[in-house]
Design a protein. Structure first.
Length: 315
């Protein structure tokens, strides 16, 4: 099946293209307006351009990854984040509906949201299932709530085959170094190469439900094939680990002595103290199960951060 992937040149998109090929699909990569070839490019805020891309690709499914994914950037530019993440999603949905109606063929749209939509929840409520209330605490989370609402509206009003994924924190080789684990790995790689042995960190007490990006990509492929239309699916491990423990494991992997310093610029007022999810629904409906341990992911991330190294394999 031809699968159009928006945001295909990003961290998750590159892994998803590989996963789709392994599953026998033909992925069509679509990047943003400033991305380099070989991906097609489109401005998600240009409705006619989005429609033209969908018409040209003639897909059997769309995975909508494109958008603004960095929470601090959403705090700095809330309206821009809302525009690209919410209105951009509406443009993809409407383009999909128009194409489906024109060719009279099935078309599935997987809209990738985020576990950030759950916001701050009581610790005893963890792990969260899909029935938990959404309580966005930042502009990024709010934009994803809006994107989900559009997807469900198009499904209910127009019968468009839409599925929503809510991935929890995912990590892996190639992640943007603005994100916490990739930042740790880069700093440690620099120290190993001779930089001053000082690491700058944000909130180490926060607890997160981490998955390897390759496991997340595998879940997306399964949801394209098997997810029920109009449903929301958590993608998560069901376990939490403190950021402090992730850092400790990375330091052990790097085997370098370091001094840890708090960096006020890396702290967020709306940072969630704990976030973990329940993937029972995803497992039951698709048979998905994660393959990568946290240790394996961290070793691959650190290896990718070092010059002249390559990432490892799943355990």
């Amino acid at each position: 099946m031809r699968v159009l992937v928006t945001g295909a040149t990003g961290f998750v998109g590159r892994h998803l293209l590989d996963a789709l090929r392994r599953a026998g699909h033909e992925p069509i990569a679509v990047g943003g307006p400033h991305d380099a070839p070989p991906a097609l490019t489109v401005d998600l805020l240009d409705a006619s351009a989005v429609r033209a891309i969908v018409d040209t690709a003639a897909p059997g499914a769309i995975v909508h990854l494109g958008g603004q994914a960095f929470v601090p950037q959403s705090i700095a530019d809330p309206l821009g984040t809302l525009a690209v993440n919410a209105t951009g999603t509406a443009h993809v949905l409407e383009a999909a509906r128009a194409y489906r109606d024109r060719v009279q063929a099935p078309l599935r749209v997987l809209v990738v949201s985020s576990a950030e939509v759950y916001g701050i929840q009581r610790p005893e409520r963890m792990p969260l299932d899909e029935g938990a209330a959404v309580r966005p605490t930042n502009a990024y989370a709010a934009s994803k709530v809006a994107a989900e609402a559009y997807a469900l509206a198009w499904q209910r009003s127009y019968g468009l085959d839409c599925v929503i994924a809510r991935p929890f924190n995912h990590i892996g080789p190639g992640q943007d170094e603005r994100f916490v684990v990739a930042s740790f790995a880069r700093q440690l790689a620099d120290i190993a190469a001779g930089a001053p042995a000082v690491m700058h960190v944000g909130n180490l007490a926060a607890e997160r439900d981490f998955l390897d990006v390759r496991d997340v990509a595998a879940a997306y492929v399964l949801l394209v094939a098997n997810g029920r239309s109009g449903e929301v699916f958590n993608i998560c491990s069901g376990r939490t680990v403190a950021i402090r423990e992730v850092l400790r494991q990375l330091i052990t992997i790097a085997r370098v002595p370091v001094e840890i310093r708090d960096d006020p610029e890396r702290m967020r007022l709306s940072d969630l103290p704990i976030l973990s999810g329940d993937a029972t629904k995803l497992r039951a409906e698709t048979g998905w199960a994660p393959r990568y341990t946290l240790e394996a992911s961290l070793r691959d991330i650190y290896a990718a951060a070092r010059p002249s190294t390559s990432s490892g394999q799943a355990p």
